[in-house]
Design a protein around this ligand. Structure first.
Ligand code: ZN
Length: 320
């Protein structure tokens, strides 16, 4: 038993291999080290359940739906945060040291993650594994995968299955429940996808174009037969340069695009200029890289998908 105490407080791999076999014993025996308050974030009170950390809020919500009551899921970046170039804090590292599993998006989304995870003992799982990438066309990113695969509810099904697989490995005793939760969640994703498909079916081919600030909709465009154009490929330093604005104005004019959009975590100034110069309607801000706070418009990932689908259909179809 003393070995188990040591491993349950220290090595994460030891916890995963050993911890669940003797979970009942350990909950009682190791409470001295497990029931702690995570430094820098008093909200993260350890309630005895294994901690799963995700890199951003969208993944945390997906993972919570699969986890049910068995795991405690938290996001490293908070609602509204910039996730591409995030700089982890010492507090994030201390929180991560308490985690049993870390879920990251992969596809180059989290430029900060590789160094971060090197310093954390917990295993990590890439939720975009087996996703067929969409590649970025823009010169500066040419040949790189577009990281925003979760923006298609069709691709999200793969995310959910990968999350379920990771949870089954972490906690095989509750495998059936993780699989059942994942199946139920996938059914909800399909409902949202069907609604979007039905809404967009009213659009003539010439108006099936999605023009946004960040090029985050490549997967949605691929899976729902839309043309995609954007001001900049990935949120970074160069956002809304004169060249990007001119190129987008040309696209909107050449394709008679009725509406353009931006996203909640970036400035919409450049896209408002595109709208003004072309006469296209500004359709509003889409949610992509982060959920909102609990009392905001998209506290869950399904809310995010529905919100964006409604905004896109309303502005492009213009019937509601
Ligand atoms: Zn992004």
């Amino acid at each position: 038993m003393p070995n188990f105490f040591l491993r349950s407080c220290g090595s994460r791999s030891g916890r995963i291999v050993v911890g669940w076999v003797l979970a009942g014993l350990l909950v009682a025996a190791s409470s001295g080290c497990a029931r702690t308050v995570v430094e820098d974030d008093p909200a993260l009170v350890d309630d005895g359940r294994p901690l799963v950390l995700t890199t951003f809020t969208v993944l945390a919500d997906m993972a919570s739906n699969v986890a049910g009551e068995h795991l405690r899921v938290e996001s490293i970046t908070k609602a509204g945060a910039e996730i591409h170039g995030y700089e982890p804090t010492p507090g994030d590292l201390r929180t991560a040291e308490q985690a049993e599993l870390i879920l990251d998006n992969g596809l180059g989304l989290e430029s900060w993650f590789e160094k971060f995870v090197e310093r954390v003992p917990a295993p990590h799982a890439v939720v975009s594994a087996n996703v067929e990438p969409v590649y970025i066309r823009d010169d500066t990113y040419a040949g790189k995968a577009n990281p925003h695969a979760w923006m298609s509810p069709v691709v999200a099904e793969t995310y959910v299955q990968n999350i379920a697989d990771a949870f089954v490995t972490l906690d095989p005793g509750n495998a059936d429940e993780y699989r059942t939760n994942a199946d139920g969640y996938v059914r909800q994703l399909r409902e949202v996808g069907n609604e979007l498909e039905a809404d967009l079916s009213a659009l003539p081919d010439s108006q099936r174009a999605l023009v946004t600030c960040e090029g985050a909709f490549g997967y949605l465009a691929r899976d729902f037969d839309l043309q995609e154009a954007y001001l900049w490929p990935v949120n970074a330093e160069q956002e809304g340069t004169p060249q990007q604005v001119v190129r987008t104005i040309d696209f909107v004019r050449n394709n008679a695009v009725p509406a353009v959009f931006c996203e909640s975590t970036v400035s919409d100034k450049a896209q408002l200029q595109v709208a003004e110069d072309t006469g296209a309607r500004f359709g509003g801000n889409l949610y992509v890289d982060s959920l909102s706070d609990a009392d905001g418009p998209v506290p869950t990932y399904l809310d995010l998908l529905r919100h964006d689908a409604r905004l896109i259909a309303d502005a492009l179809v213009g019937q509601r």
